[in-house]
Design a protein around this ligand. Sequence first.
Ligand SMILES: Nc1ncnc2c1ncn2[C@@H]1O[C@H](COP(=O)(O)OP(=O)(O)OP(=O)(O)O)[C@@H](O)[C@H]1O
Ligand SMILES: [Mg+2]
Length: 359
Amino acid sequence: MAKPGPAAKRPPRSAHQRIDARKPSPQQRAPAVPIEHLLEALPDAVVLVDAGGQVAYANGLLETLSGYSRGELFGQLIEFLVPERFRELHTKHRFGYVANPRARPMGVNLDIYLRRKDGTEFPADIALSPLQTDSGMVVVAALRDATERKEAQTRLHRLAVLEDRERIAKELHDGVIQALFAVGMNLQATEAKAGDPEAVRARLSGAVDSIDVAIRDLRNYIFGLRPGILADRQLDQALHLLVEEFQEKSGVVTAVQIDERVAAQFGNTATQLVQVTREALSNVARHAQATTCRVSLLQHDESAVLEIDDDGRGFKPGRGGSRGQGLRNMRERIEAIGGTFSVESSPAEGTTVRIRLPL
Ligand SMILES: Nc1ncnc2c1ncn2[C@@H]1O[C@H](COP(=O)(O)OP(=O)(O)OP(=O)(O)O)[C@@H](O)[C@H]1O
Ligand SMILES: [Mg+2]
């Protein structure tokens, strides 16, 4: 290991100049501060490495960060601070850098680890800059412990994964499960018609169509696309189609009233309206025992109001105990796009699901 020469104990000569306020120039208006003091005051650990890779200077923060004293660091190859398994690669990179020196900002080398005196390692952000001095080129490296940044990054990543899972669960619940439920209802109705071969054939073909829809929706969710029913339709057409399918499968007579100009104002958020309507209709089919239903999308004041209204047996909203996710999903979808969601219902009085979105 090379012994530190006396020159190595302080910054190279050109870095040793004073910044002098008495001779201001446009670039140089800072107060007179010896350069060593400046290097010590920097908020980052700083190390100067000569063209041969030896440490020529280290500030106090590098001592704190690495656990080594300056005396131990001076004259060492910089790879001294690199975990053994990365040393060969680092040496190669260093040769490459000396051959083609250029300023490199923090965070570009995202996966560099450094080794402390006690053998522990930490991820580091390192910025490099070449500096010509009277005694040749030195590389100025500013180092920062990146542990917290990396942990924050990992936390953010985890959060994004969780959000994504939540989104997928929601899409599967509101889209695919409801579609499969419709198939189930269809097949149940088929049992009752078993004596009539034509009716059975029609029911079975309806069930096959529903399965096709579920598969197409599933594919679309997987690729983060909009639900299939919207893929090639406008919102008003998609709502009409939903109602048509619902009516056919549930036998609940349903009136539709959609203001096309209002429907045309929804872009990407149309997906949310379709899914909410699908779930609300699925609830009518499963829970309401309704005779009639009404789906409307109209303008009231400055808002678009979507209502799914049934004359069924109603329930007491807000009473915990339901293990279902449908109502919660609906509320979350609508609130996420800046709207309000409400359910009005009381036993034997029917149910109204109302969504209000500012236009
Ligand atoms: N239109 C309705 N008529 C009568 N009861 C309803 C209606 N909509 C919802 N409910 C009641 O509210 C409960 C909660 O509905 P929610 O959609 O959250 O769950 P779910 O339909 O039971 O299950 P999931 O939607 O997760 O398959 C239902 O179980 C039902 O008792
Ligand atoms: Mg439900």
